[in-house]
Design a protein around this ligand. Structure first.
Ligand SMILES: *Cc1c(COP(=O)(O)O)cnc(C)c1O
Length: 479
């Protein structure tokens, strides 16, 4: 058999692992106890990491002496625990639905620290926002009229920002299905918004954008074009108090760039049939073999990044125009507050998912399948796959163990319920009851797409109680 040789070449992708996680990995009995109590899988969260991530952003703004407000994009994680933490930290929360907004208000977050950016805003959401004087980001004219109608009904006014898109970048317009085209905003505000006009109850206060993708240059250029628009609006007495640059701040999941490059090289080789598969069914994750040639690109998040979080923000804000003026000076000169709405990156190292092994079997291709007490929606990426090696905690370490490559499979009765599409190399075959720990899953991964098909209950979400971190079981509270 060539298995050992093959095992050696299954590329690893070792995740950056915060100290609190390593601490838990070293307490396998406590972790097993949690799963006995709460079922499998459980999601465990840690708000101190969330706070640290915010601190990084805050420092960048402080260094540049910029007026700023950071909103946590709530949609990246459903737990209330981060809302409570955001309140304690005095940061804002970006809400994208009625329920998200209602929870934040109930948690006592000040209305001026909230924003509604929901893609679809129903009457109830608009009503709640207006009633509490929460800023609403307007996406289109129909929405503006619905807000006007609700304000009339309530006898109130609506504090609004305008979402814009269609920025010019390298000679072309950046497409987005969201927002007003930047070229239409001036006319819209001048002709429609304000006293004596059809949208008399809308009070303009700022501009907002959220770009798809992860380009800092595009964000810089969009911010400059927004500031230029703000200047033109000022001439017509529309005062821009803030520009919100949205989210999409890259983070880094991996320890090694070499591993990241090696993985892609091996994946291309596997898809070209030059080596044994390293993904389930030789899934190319975006690469495919057409007419003997490898086509396409990796269709996943870029799990390795050198410019991330605060470095990413710094790069956006330190962009200079050909005449030497930079973004930070422009914003200060215009007296504009810079806002941002990071979701994923504020949750860096803030959560893990722990699951239990139910069975092992060999499939007809000869691959080991490790059945987990969880399903694919409990670790589901909006891109092709989540590419980090999990940690496996073996109850018993075997002295005569052989390395093995495995696929983790889930509990839904679907062929496609493969929890990770990557083949994972392990020092020994996991046993029933062993734990599999997925790192850094708090941002989008653990429950953004979670469903309860088969009536499986949703995973329980626990938070590490910061003040008592260190003693068993009582360390955690349910969200
Ligand atoms: C999704 C979203 C965010 C957060 O994006 P991240 O990639 O999680 O940082 C912020 N603002 C808006 C409007 C969004 O749609």
């Amino acid at each position: 058999m060539n298995t050992l040789k093959e095992m050696d070449t299954i590329p690893a992708l070792k995740p950056i692992t915060a100290a609190w996680i390593t601490g838990l990995l070293n307490k396998p009995d406590d972790l097993s106890g949690l799963l006995e109590k709460w079922g499998s899988p459980v999601n465990i969260h840690h708000t101190a990491s969330f706070e640290q991530n915010y601190e990084e952003y805050r420092q960048v703004f402080e260094e540049l002496d910029l007026d700023h407000l950071v909103f946590f994009a709530r949609k990246a994680n459903k737990c209330k625990g981060f809302v409570t933490k955001a309140k304690k930290m005095g940061i804002g929360v970006d809400t994208a639905s009625l329920e998200e907004l209602a929870q934040c208000l109930e948690a006592g977050i000040a209305p001026e620290k909230l924003v509604v950016t929901a893609a679809v805003k129903n009457r109830e959401l608009i009503k709640l926002a207006l009633h509490n004087r929460v800023l609403v980001i307007v996406d289109n004219e129909d929405e503006a009229h619905q807000i006007q109608a609700m304000a009339e009904e309530l006898g109130s006014y609506a504090k609004i920002g305008i979402r814009i898109s269609g920025f010019f970048y390298e000679g072309e317009k950046l497409y987005s299905r969201f927002g007003f085209d930047i070229e239409e905003v001036e006319g819209f505000l001048r002709n429609r918004v304000g006293e004596g006009k059809s949208l008399s109850r809308l009070q303009y206060s700022g501009l907002h954008f959220h770009l798809n993708g992860y380009s800092t240059d595009q964000r810089s250029v969009a911010l400059i074009q927004s500031m230029e628009l703000a200047k033109r609006l000022q001439a017509h007495h529309f005062s821009t108090q803030f520009i919100d640059i949205g989210g999409g701040f890259l983070m880094n999941y991996l320890e090694s760039r070499e591993q990241w490059l090696k993985f892609q090289e091996e994946l291309r080789a596997a898809v070209s049939l030059k080596r044994p598969p390293i993904t389930f069914g030789n899934d190319g994750l975006g690469f495919s073999l057409i007419d003997g040639k490898i086509q396409g690109g990796l269709n996943t998040y870029s799990f390795w990044n050198d410019t991330c979080k605060s470095g990413f923000l710094k790069k956006i804000l330190s962009y200079s125009l050909p005449d030497g003026t930079d973004i930070a000076s422009m914003a200060k000169q215009l007296n504009i507050q810079i806002r941002m709405e990071p979701g994923r990156s504020l949750l860096d190292q803030a959560g893990i998912t722990v699951s239990r092994v139910a069975f092992r079997k060999k499939d007809s291709r000869g691959d080991w399948l490790i059945g987990l007490e969880m399903n694919m929606t409990q670790l589901y990426s909006s891109s092709a796959d989540f590419l980090l090696d999990p940690y496996v905690i073996n109850k018993e370490t075997l002295s005569d163990a052989e390395a093995v490559g495995v696929y983790f499979t889930g509990a839904y009765c679907l062929e496609r319920d493969i929890v990770l599409k990557r083949k994972i190399s392990l020092p020994q075959l996991p046993a029933i009851g062993d734990l599999v720990v997925f790192i850094n899953t708090a941002g989008y991964m653990m429950h953004f797409f979670e469903s309860n098909a088969h009536l499986f209950p949703l995973a329980v979400n626990l938070f590490v109680k910061e003040e008592t971190f260190g003693s068993p079981l009582t360390d955690f509270e349910e969200d």
